[in-house]
Design a protein around this ligand. Structure first.
Ligand code: CAA
Length: 258
């Protein structure tokens, strides 16, 4: 399998498994990733996702230049509905996603990480958008998400020169939440996942949806969107009642994602 997909203790694990090609995404891997992400979205038993790459060199070297780029040129041809939906483009996934970046994240690799909410980098990680070196531009959201996540000058540096930045520089500019030695990467990602599992799962999803939808709204529209989600949480979820009761009764809440 080019994509390993496992579920344990409310966490879904996605491992891009093409280490011989630096975990570059060919059309089959993208299809498998899309199906796994849809399963994760729809499975009430899993609340947080962690995505990583197989091996100790690469998170993902982007679209497979030998197979994916020809597929995009000859099959997709700009008709994006032909491409399986992913959070990079088209799949609305409000469950929190963590990228455990275990090596190079180039092109689509950086874009997969950008489509996650929390990014943990191993010390050997590198982030880059080298597409311009191939005469193309990022196609899974890099031009849109990178300048929304980090200062424009650094995004422009990466997208216009194609040169990668180190894990430490990614931390410095706020692209990643934490940098750790490679052997501690998954444990650190799980620490973040477990932290998120302590909060109301529907609230975490609503918070993510409000942030992401709000980025392309005016402040007034965003505030209205937030109010709609706030009202839905407080008026229509059992979890909100449970969270408030648990605080008053000085106990841990028992979340049910209901
Ligand atoms: N596609 C296909 N194969 C890739 C690949 C990719 N993106 N990245 C690495 N590989 C393959 C190489 O072809 C090579 O295979 P062979 O052994 O069969 O020749 C193998 O992985 C090892 O690669 P290198 O010999 O180049 O190893 P290296 O250590 O010298 O360099 C690397 C590693 C820095 C990742 C380098 O391979 C590289 O720069 N890869 C290309 C990265 C890139 O340009 N990504 C953007 C793709 S376009 C895109 O992603 C568009 C989009 O937005 C969706």
């Amino acid at each position: 399998m080019a994509l390993l997909y496992e579920k344990r203790d409310r966490i879904a694990y996605f491992t891009i498994n093409r280490p011989e090609a630096y975990n570059a995404m060919d059309p089959e891997t993208l299809q498998e990733l899309s199906q796994a992400l849809i399963d994760f979205r729809d499975d009430d038993g899993v609340w947080v996702g962690i995505i990583t790459g197989a091996g100790d060199k690469a998170f993902c070297a982007g679209a497979d230049i030998k197979t994916m780029l020809p597929y995009m040129r000859e099959v997709v041809k700009g008709e994006t509905w032909r491409e399986p939906p992913t959070p990079m483009r088209g799949l609305e996934l409000w469950k929190p996603m963590i990228a455990a970046v275990n090596g190079v994240a180039l092109g689509g690799g950086t874009e997969i990480a950008l489509a996650c909410d929390i990014r943990i980098a191993a010390e050997n990680a590198r982030f880059g958008q080298p597409e311009v070196k191939l005469g193309i531009i990022p196609g899974w959201g890099g031009t849109q998400r990178l300048p929304r996540h980090i200062p424009y000058a650094i995004a422009a540096q990466m997208i216009l020169t194609g040169e990668p930045i180190s894990a430490q520089d990614a931390y410095r500019v706020g692209l990643v939440n934490e940098v750790v030695p490679l052997p501690q990467l998954m444990a650190t990602a799980e620490k973040w996942a477990n932290k998120i599992l302590e909060v109301g799962p529907l609230a975490a999803r609503a918070g993510k949806e409000a942030m992401l939808m709000g980025t392309s709204m005016t402040l007034e529209e965003g505030l209205r969107y937030e109010l709609m989600l706030f009202d839905n949480c407080i008026s229509h979820t059992e979890d909100a009642q449970e969270g408030i009761n648990a605080f008053i009764e000085k106990r841990k809440p028992q979340w049910r994602a209901k």
